[in-house]
Design a binder for this molecule. Structure first.
Ligand code: BMA
Length: 341
């Protein structure tokens, strides 16, 4: 039994798992030994799958995958798996409709997240709304996918929902940006009573002096509700003479007031090191988008995009990661305050 409890989460006893290697150094996050789990050219007409999100569904697993088509345009593809490691993909793009049931094709869609709130699964992506902005669709059966209103005006990226309403409202993290490879970026949150009208915007956290997250940060996997607060895996970006480096960081947010950061790990939890992380279409990218976690065992499987080329899987436990984040936490006033001015 774990000391830290994962709350409001169905058991996932069949989640993927590999024990911690004896010689692990640093943060308690270890890679699956057979990474990457999805290689190049996974679907006819799709050159690469990366930055993708998965969830338990009807006793097995389902996911929304960023498929970079051979024409270079990213789109969302559906995948299914029995073990959350080996995936089978639909050959066609996700067939979104609008709210009237008419076919709706985003011009492009990338970095999808998949979050279940109550009985509905929400797919959240970055798409075109006269510039890069957040798109949202909902489904209950993974057959009908209804695109709903765009939550925010452009430019914005890296949106992810909390898995339950907080104080009666849906809550979404996002990262306002520019139209290009944004050289800045802070995590904000917004609330909505109905998934249509968004407000009560709050600052959550900014890049800080730590080099690995000094340029920009963005939400990653949907926050995990725990007895210590919301556990958030996010990405932090540093700038080098050869471009950006994307690492994975961890923070714990207040359970009722999640714009308050309780703990924020000063060290990255995972940074590009393996060949599939340091080389590829965009070198040196580890980009977290989802977890599968089991409250019974406290196990967490973290899915992350590698070098904009493939998908990696890493593991930790709720006790290990919370203890590490707390032991290496460094916060400043802009983290710990309610982010409102
Ligand atoms: C970001 C997004 C991600 C990508 C990353 C590194 O701006 O486009 O999809 O993984 O850059 O290229």
């Amino acid at each position: 039994m774990s000391k830290v409890k994962i709350l409001n989460c169905e058991p996932v006893p069949n989640m993927p798992w590999q024990d911690r290697p004896a010689n692990l150094m640093g943060a308690p996050v270890w890679r699956y030994s057979a990474n990457p789990i999805i290689g190049r050219n996974p679907i006819e007409g799709v050159a690469r799958i990366f930055n993708s999100a998965v969830a338990p569904f009807e006793g097995s697993f389902i996911g929304v995958f960023r498929g970079e088509q051979t024409n270079g345009i990213p789109y969302v593809y559906l995948g299914r798996s029995k073990d959350a490691i080996h995936w089978e993909f639909d050959s066609e793009k996700v067939p979104f409709t609008d709210e009237k049931g008419e076919p709706y094709m985003p011009r492009y869609a990338y970095d999808p997240r998949l979050v279940k709130v109550e009985d509905t699964y929400y797919i959240i992506w970055c798409g075109d709304f006269y510039g890069a902005a957040i798109g949202v669709a909902k489904t209950t059966d993974f057959k009908k996918f209804v695109r709903i209103e765009n939550p925010f005006i452009p430019f914005n990226r890296n949106a992810v929902l909390f898995p339950r309403k907080i104080n009666g409202n849906y809550v979404m993290l996002s990262r306002p940006s520019d139209s290009g490879h944004t050289p800045f970026g802070d995590i904000f949150l917004s609330e909505s009573p109905d998934m249509t009208y968004w407000g009560k915007h709050r600052h959550v956290m900014s890049p800080n002096g730590k080099w690995w997250q000094s340029v920009k940060i963005g939400g990653g996997a949907a926050p995990i509700e725990t007895s210590e607060g919301w556990l958030l895996f996010y990405h932090g970006v540093s700038s080098t003479c050869n471009g950006f480096v994307y690492s994975i960081g961890g923070a714990i947010l207040d359970i009722n007031e999640p714009s308050r950061v309780k703990y924020r790990c000063e060290d990255h939890l995972l940074t590009p090191e393996e060949p599939y992380e340091v080389s590829g279409f965009v070198p040196n990218v580890a980009f977290p988008c989802a977890t599968i976690h089991d409250p019974g065992t406290g196990r967490i499987a973290l899915y992350y995009g590698c070098a904009d080329t493939c998908v990696g899987l890493a593991f930790t436990t709720i006790d290990d990661i919370v203890e590490y984040i707390k032991a290496h936490s460094e916060t400043d006033g802009t983290d710990t305050e309610v982010g409102r001015r």
